[in-house]
Design a protein around this ligand. Structure first.
Ligand code: DHB
Length: 392
């Protein structure tokens, strides 16, 4: 088989790229190792920037406007002392609470409706010849036959453990990392939201985030040790931890049956460049941010927006410079998001490895931000998403 663009990875990045290429009339095939049902049932992030919601309403689905909830701000609490960050008042922007699983469902449904070639549940997918005519291969799960797809360009949207990224010779790529001495314990609880907006709470005992999913389902996280085994925690242990971190001054969390629990690792990671030979990387395949501030999915969708523009330019003029420029354009925004995610993370968590001086300093840093209109505006601007990236 042959196609123009081979897309390895059928998560939100790969499917959004497919949607944008389809509109440009650029031929492509999407291959995905996991079955569709598995992706639909994996809990991921929950917050979309306005720009991300716009990409959905631009031809994919309007469901975010009906089933999603617009949030005009967040609440930041320091030992129970509440500071409202009014996104609309400060920077005229909002975010949407709309789970990544719904983003995926909208994109996958639209691909079916358009009759696009998107193949799920393929098992291991191999890639080869990235500097020549890239080759995708896998064993067809039904026939057991080896399928080969030759492409002009290959796009890797295959997530943080990317096969595509690892196919770039080590001497041709650089990895930049940062590790953190904490993780998040995430739960899904069958109770109505405890507050109308998200609460980011810093306390002596550590960080907690009170988020939501539906009118009957809450999504909550608390800072824990990276070695934590979620199954060793009873519901009572979990609620007691939240109470200690957020129940202050009359505020009480809604508690109820916990229907899902997991521990999420923290890591900052960038792999440069995002283009090598005839391979282009987008989303988690090229970078990971720690979850505080919810940048991961938004960053991935912005990569794809820029990538679709670059591919359209390449397609009409066979312009190689459009592909080189893609990496440079994306990385500017990627590093801004890295900085923001690192900053939100370090300012809101109690770092068990920090000196007492640094622990006090970081609480003061948070106070400096939330007690200043300028500080809050800076946070609001980054949280809700920067306007389209500048290239000079
Ligand atoms: C959610 C996750 C985040 O990392 C965040 O900053 C806000 C919300 C969520 O899953 O709801």
């Amino acid at each position: 088989e042959r196609t123009t663009i081979g897309i390895v990875g059928g998560g939100p990045s790969g499917l959004m790229l497919s949607h944008l290429l389809h509109r440009e009339g650029i031929e492509h095939i999407v291959v995905e190792a996991r079955p569709r049902e598995e992706i639909e049932n994996t809990h991921r992030a929950g917050i979309l920037e306005q720009g991300s919601a716009d990409m959905l309403t631009d031809g994919v689905s309007d469901r975010v406007l009906h089933d999603g909830a617009r949030h005009d701000g967040i609440d930041i609490r320091i030992n129970g002392e509440s500071h409202h960050v009014d996104f609309q008042g400060l920077v005229g922007a909002s975010t949407f609470l709309y789970p990544q699983t719904d983003v995926f469902i909208d994109l996958a449904d639209k691909a079916v409706e358009d009759g696009r070639d998107v193949r799920f549940g393929l098992g291991p997918v191999d890639v080869d010849d990235l500097t020549g005519s890239p080759l995708i291969s896998y064993v067809d799960p039904e026939s057991g036959e080896r399928i080969e797809i030759e492409c002009e360009l290959l796009v890797g949207t295959d997530g943080s453990r990317s096969t595509c990224r690892r196919s770039i010779p080590e001497g041709e790529r650089r990895a930049f990392y940062r590790e953190y001495p904490f993780a998040w314990f995430g739960i899904m609880a069958e109770t109505p939201p405890s507050h109308d907006e998200l609460i980011y709470a810093r306390s002596e005992a550590g960080f907690a985030l009170i988020s939501q999913r539906t009118p009957k389902l809450q999504r909550l996280y608390f800072q824990c040790d990276p070695g934590t085994d979620p199954n060793a925690w009873t519901d009572e242990d979990i609620w007691a931890t939240f109470r200690e971190r957020v129940n202050f001054g009359g505020f009480e969390l809604n508690e109820g049956p916990i229907v899902h629990k997991s521990v999420l690792g923290f890591r900052s990671f960038v792999s440069e460049p995002m283009r090598w030979g005839n391979l282009l990387l987008a989303g988690d395949a090229a970078h990971t941010v720690p979850p505080t501030g919810a940048k991961g999915l938004n960053l991935a969708l912005q990569d794809v927006r820029i990538l679709a523009e670059s591919l359209a330019e390449w397609h009409s003029a066979r312009s190689d410079s459009a592909l080189t420029a893609y990496s440079e354009r994306c990385l500017r925004r990627v590093w801004k998001a890295q900085n923001f995610s690192y900053w939100m993370t370090s300012m809101l968590h109690a770092n068990p490895e920090a000196s007492e001086f640094d622990q006090r300093r970081s609480v003061a840093e948070l106070r400096t931000v939330v007690e200043s209109e300028h500080g809050k505006a800076w946070l609001a601007e980054s949280y809700t998403g920067w306007p389209n990236e500048r290239t000079h």
